[in-house]
Design a protein around this ligand. Structure first.
Ligand SMILES: [Zn+2]
Length: 307
């Protein structure tokens, strides 16, 4: 990434998205899971958009993305934290699309009239817990919390004037405001960043996935570009029949190996396993060469595997 500022991103959100994407290419996801995946993906895109804007701010800024904290026995996730000299900006990013309205403090989708999780409550909750986390370490920094709506197709009716929010057409003024904030960071800010990162709790994404078994997943290699399993393997390259994307066989095999390890961390990786996972599309010698080059062989006779 070509950011001037220091951007710390945990793999918290990306691992879950990658797993869902891989599963979706080899397995029919239920409608519920698919909707969950699409909404997570949309949220992620919104967060990346804001992060890319913030990263252009100043070479001195410190940005923490997608962190999960635990405070007072409660976990809370923060999309983006920007550390300035005296202030911590807390951003809750919403990539909502369509028309919404506020009535008596609650938020509704206009087309269905159904209530949605109140973003203001989410933001307040994060603010309170973050304050408590800082307080536990005797850190006195101001917190400025904001909702940031990133989707240009989003409209909110009946929004109160004092709503702590930036709408898509106001993102430039957000950047302008931040540009004017003092960003003279010193060692104590770096320490604060390190402290916050050290408090990030790892949350395994596997528990949130639908149940899946090796035998239920379609075998083969997926195109990196469109995730199709419909590929043709020639002597040196793997060609996607759906989008035409071409990849070196060795690269496709390596990706397949990584996918296998990510989806099934407990399965042993060896030539036999990878050959089966790739649906016997490649010469075993090439598979062996890829494993030898990229992994370490753990010798256990018949049960040798690569790590
Ligand atoms: Zn493709």
């Amino acid at each position: 990434m070509c950011h001037d500022s220091s951007l710390f991103e945990t793999s918290y959100r990306t691992t879950e998205l990658t797993l869902l994407k891989l599963l979706g290419s080899r397995f029919v996801l239920s409608e519920e899971t698919n909707n969950y995946y699409l909404s997570k993906l949309k949220g992620y895109e919104g967060e990346c958009y804001l992060d890319s804007l913030l990263a252009t701010l100043t070479s001195n800024s410190l940005i923490l993305c997608d962190v999960l904290f635990e405070q007072n026995n409660t976990t809370f996730q923060i999309d983006t934290l920007l550390l300035a000299q005296k202030t911590i900006y807390l951003f809750e990013v919403k990539n909502l699309e369509g028309d919404y309205y506020i009535k008596n403090g609650d938020w509704f989708r206009k087309s269905t009239g159904k209530a949605i999780t109140n973003p203001v409550h989410q933001l307040k909750r994060c603010e309170t817990l973050l304050r408590s986390l800082l307080h536990s370490r005797n850190i006195k920094m101001e917190i400025e919390p904001y909702l940031v709506f990133t989707n240009p197709l989003f409209t909110l009716y009946h929004a109160p004037l004092d709503l702590c929010a930036y709408f898509p057409g106001q993102l430039n003024s957000l950047l302008k405001k931040l540009t004017q904030a003092p960003f003279d960071l010193n060692g104590s800010h770096q320490q604060l960043g390190q402290f916050l990162l050290s408090r990030h709790v790892y949350d395994s994404p596997y528990g949130r996935l639908p149940e899946y078994r090796y035998d239920d997943l379609q075998k083969g290699v997926t195109c990196r570009k469109c995730m199709s399993l419909n590929v043709t393997v020639t002597r040196y390259t793997t060609i996607c029949n759906a989008c035409g994307h071409t990849e070196q066989n060795t690269s496709s095999i390596l990706h397949a190996a990584k996918d296998l390890k990510l989806l099934f961390p407990d399965r042993l990786l060896n030539v036999h396993a990878l050959d089966h996972w790739c649906d016997h599309l490649y010469h075993r010698k090439v598979i062996q060469q890829v494993l030898r080059t990229n992994y370490n062989l753990i010798k256990k006779g018949k049960y040798s595997y690569y790590l």
